[in-house]
Design a protein around this ligand. Structure first.
Ligand code: ARG
Ligand code: ZN
Length: 881
């Protein structure tokens, strides 16, 4: 909670080095849910880079019991306790502080700092949770060695874990026991963690490529031990991958993953003791879907890869967050792609990334919370764990690799670690390593870090039949933001040219290298540039921005004929998919306009034929076909409209789905049967792709079902050997509007003991087009619903506000009132989760005047609430500004 009256904006330009550095931290915990005593002995020394001799410690919601400096108690007048900082002025050069504080973990509903979940103790310190545990210079550029003594009741908390190595354990009086942990590596406070719990683990000794043996553990609650295999396998794959791709080895003798049911985010990379949302650990075929399995692999990889990109080299300050997050997302994306191994499998992961960018990052970049990959200011850092920092940040890292090649990228990484291991650095240091290792000038590339917004690249082409040249002119612009005039970006644009037969033409550009390739990377640096291709014997179809080589909007006036040509032939799967999206989008926009105007709706046979051809093309991966058949989402369509009319979009998209379903029925049915995966469940990409295509077919078949299709879905629901098929059948039944009630009931009965499946149960109802706000309110009355558990709150509320646009934007504004009410309710419990929900209103100014008026009133209602957190206050005031 905010304690002072107005929230402060923090600016990157105001960075000052810490006045004191910390060498060692010795923490002692006497763990008790109501009243935990934390004894902190910290040795500090003055930082020669700082002019200040004031020691500044952060602390939040702590009760200070004792403070001693160099052995002597400090009295009230010898330090200043002001809001959330404790200052000791004119301190000696070398200082030992002994600080004793009290905290109440059981009352901590924010899930930041030390908290209790299902009777067990956990911590979450990133970004600024450590200050809720003890007074400390809680900033990432203060790195120290930690020793941790944990004491707790042995029967209640048999497992005591912290970072690094277990050096001692034993019994105490009164049924208590202790464990002492030592982390050999210096780390910032945000990487501290402890767990005191009743848990069990799957463990394994694993031999690194160097021959060194390490201990790997996955800790879960007792009933979940049958759901740890995939996380363990993913961990081993991650370790191997980082050795092979980047030459990076696990630097500890022990690596632990712990699953917790109450968690604000996905997971946390605490040194040697990763703490995970159960959602990204627990899986078996009965309870987890293919998407869940893929998520586990990605997040286990992500947190493991942080050990080097984040922990060994960390951030100087939180403005540099993307230094570790963008890079680590890129690494986990590459890991997932390499695990699939095939080119088409890689392309499928790439298409998924593009969809995420368009669904979430482009809107963020165009909305009131837009910020550069390296922000210049923030009010609450927790609001900046965004798709821009993570996913756009990963795109920025990917562009280095596109520009300097895979080997060049590896050289840059090597140099980055050679220079900065053990340091807290800036995004610029990473860019410098990439530039220096490759002898490249990447100074203009800096604008990807400093300028917000999605650049638009407009392409025009000119074919000269006599000269056999083909010119591509690229023009870039990026809307200026309130405080920034945009300068041109350095944009890698991968291009191929297709001949009339659909094959790639060998390319000859003015640049002397890369002759004869099918794809070349053009480097757009100026506002406008023309690139010439030689010896082009026929007018080609350009395939521009292959593999989505830059996070931009590409505009090119493709004819339908050109798009159909690309959709059936482009050798680049991403652009092949993209051509289909362009074909669909053009029609969806026209249909939406027709709905709004009350005009008749029609869909052309050419489009239907193209979809049919793709659906039945067995030379293509099922996973690719499924992606190519998914129409642009209602959110993505909305982003393309000047004035958003959610109902019209929904009606138009439903019309297209219904028309396709009717026209393609025999083919859909055939694909449904052809893509069954009998036998034991396996989450591998090929099987998952088959299930995805089969279940897409089922969803289409259930749009206007007769008895035969309903029977198909009911049978799949009843007989499914895995959650992917069971949940897909249930969703199809719910969306069909037929007797889903009984199925929902039996599903709940079967899985009520599985929290993650109950989340799915809420989520699928929240996102169903038939679920209005009254139905959501009714679901909130269900005994299994609680606002206190973030997964549960998200499953129902967020899936409604973000995943059910036609109901959330109901004409009477009633769902906005619901939103306001729950932002306020959640804020009193957990500001981080509340602020995420507050973001659902980001794009409010783009809707019809009537909806805008309702949204504004809801936003103002939240803004006017007396006790708002900085988190929510920042989001709603930026939305209203
Ligand atoms: N560093 C974590 C990850 O990306 C995320 C932690 C975010 N925590 C927060 N309170 N915002 O894996
Ligand atoms: Zn991360």
């Amino acid at each position: 909670m905010r304690t002072d009256s107005s929230p402060q904006t923090i600016f990157r330009k105001d960075y000052l080095p810490p006045s004191y550095l910390v060498d060692t931290v010795e923490l002692g915990f006497d763990l008790d849910p109501a009243r935990t005593i934390v004894a902190n002995r910290v040795t500090l020394r003055h930082n020669p880079l700082s002019k200040s001799r004031d020691i500044v410690l952060h602390g939040e919601e702590l009760e200070l019991v004792q403070l001693r400096m160099n052995g002597k108690p400090l009295q009230a007048g010898q330090y200043e306790l002001n809001g959330n900082t404790l200052t000791i002025r004119k301190a000696p050069l070398a200082v030992v502080l002994e600080i004793e504080t009290l905290t109440a973990p059981a009352k901590n509903t924010t899930l930041s700092g030390l908290y209790v979940s299902n009777g067990n103790f956990f911590t979450q310190c990133e970004a600024e949770g450590f200050r809720r545990i003890t007074y400390f210079p809680d900033r990432p550029d203060v790195m120290a060695k930690y020793t941790v003594m944990l004491r707790a009741d042995k029967a209640l908390y048999p497992v005591l874990l912290s970072n690094g190595n277990l050096v001692e354990q034993g019994e105490l009086d009164d049924g208590r026991h202790y464990a002492k942990w030592e982390d050999p590596f210096k780390k910032p406070s945000y990487l501290f963690a402890l767990v005191a719990a009743r848990l069990v683990c799957q463990e394994e000794r694993y031999t690194l490529q160097s021959g060194r043996e390490v201990l790997l553990q996955v800790w879960v609650e007792e009933g979940n031990l049958d759901k740890t295999d995939y996380a363990m396998q993913s961990l081993k794959n991650s370790i191997r991958w980082d050795e092979e791709r980047f030459g990076l080895e696990l630097d500890l003798d022990r690596f632990m993953i712990v699953a917790v049911g109450d968690f604000n985010m996905g997971a946390m990379e605490n040194k040697g003791l990763n703490i995970f949302n159960t959602k990204f650990v627990l899986a078996n075929p009965r309870v987890a879907t293919d998407v869940d399995y893929a998520g586990i692999e990605a997040v286990v990889g992500h947190e493991y890869f942080h050990n080097w990109t984040g922990n060994r080299v960390t951030c100087r300050d939180w403005f540099q967050l993307s230094l570790k997050e963008g890079l680590t997302v890129f690494r986990d994306q590459e890991f997932s792609a390499d695990m699939i191994g095939t080119d088409s499998g890689r392309a499928v992961t790439r298409i998924d990334q593009v969809r995420t960018l368009r669904q979430a990052q482009f809107p963020e970049d165009a909305g009131p919370m837009a910020h550069p990959v390296r922000p210049d200011s923030f009010v609450e850092i927790n609001n900046f764990y965004t798709v821009t920092i993570y996913e756009k940040g990963a795109e920025v890292v990917r562009m280095y690799q596109t520009l300097v090649g895979r080997d060049g990228f590896r050289k840059g990484m090597d140099l980055y670690f050679a220079r900065h291991d053990g340091q807290a650095v800036e995004c610029d240091d990473f860019r410098a390593a990439m530039a220096d290792a490759n002898g490249r000038d990447l100074s203009q590339f800096e604008r990807w870090y400093s300028q917000a917004g999605t650049p638009v690249v407009r392409a025009e082409t000119r074919y000269d039949a006599a000269a056999k040249t083909f010119d591509i002119t690229l023009r870039q612009h990026c809307a200026a933001s309130a405080d920034q005039q945009q300068l041109p970006f350095h944009i890698p644009v991968a291009v191929g040219l297709l001949g009339a037969d659909g094959r790639d033409l060998p390319l000859k550009t003015d640049a002397q290298d890369r002759q004869g390739h099918a794809t070349v990377v053009l480097e757009l640096r100026r506002e406008e540039q023309t690139f010439r291709f030689h010896d082009i014997a026929e007018r080609p179809t350009p395939s521009i921005l292959r593999d989505f080589s830059a996070p931009v909007v590409l505009e090119y006036d493709y004819s339908d004929a050109e798009l159909l040509h690309l959709f059936s032939h482009d050798s680049d799967p991403v652009n092949r998919w993209e051509a289909g999206q362009r074909l669909a989008m053009a029609r969806l926009l026209k249909l939406t306009a027709a709905v709004a105007a009350g005009a008749p709706l029609t869909l052309d046979d050419t489009f239907i034929a193209a979809q049919r051809a793709l659906l039945v093309d067995d030379s293509l991966d099922p996973a690719f076909r499924e992606l190519a058949l998914i129409l642009p989402s209602e959110t993505i369509i909305a982003e393309r409209m000047a004035v958003v009319e959610p109902q019209a979009i929904h009606t138009a998209r439903q019309f297209m789905r219904r028309t396709l379903a009717a026209a393609l029925k025999p083919e859909l049915l055939a694909q449904y049967h052809a893509n069954q995966t009998p036998g034991a469940y396996s989450p591998d990409a090929l099987s998952a792709g088959k299930r995805a295509l089969k279940n897409l077919a089922l969803a289409y078949l259930l749009i206007a079902p007769r008895e035969a299709e309903l029977a198909l879905a009911r049978r799949q629901f009843a007989e499914a050997g895995n959650m992917t098929d069971r949940a897909a059948a249930l969703v199809a039944l719910i969306h069909s509007g037929s007797d889903a009630g009984a199925h929902l009931h039996s599903f709940y009965q079967d899985f009520e003991q599985e929290a993650l499946v109950v989340d799915k149960w809420f989520a699928m109802q929240a996102a169903a087009p038939g679920t209005d706000v009254a139905a959501v309110r009714q679901l909130m009355e269900h005994p299994a619903f609680t606002l206190k558990n973030p997964n549960r709150a998200r499953s129902l509320i967020f899936n409604f506000t973000n995943g059910n646009p036609s109901q959330f934007h109901a004409a009477d504004g009633s769902a906005y009132e619901f939103w306001a009410e729950h932002v306020i309710k959640l804020d009193a419990l957990n500001p981080q989760v509340a602020a995420r929900l507050a973001r659902s209103m980001d794009r409010w100014r783009r809707y019809t005047p009537a909806l805008q008026a309702h949204m504004q009133r809801a936003l103002e209602r939240v803004a006017a609430h007396a006790r708002l957190s900085n988190d929510v206050l920042e989001v709603v005031s930026k939305a209203l500004a």
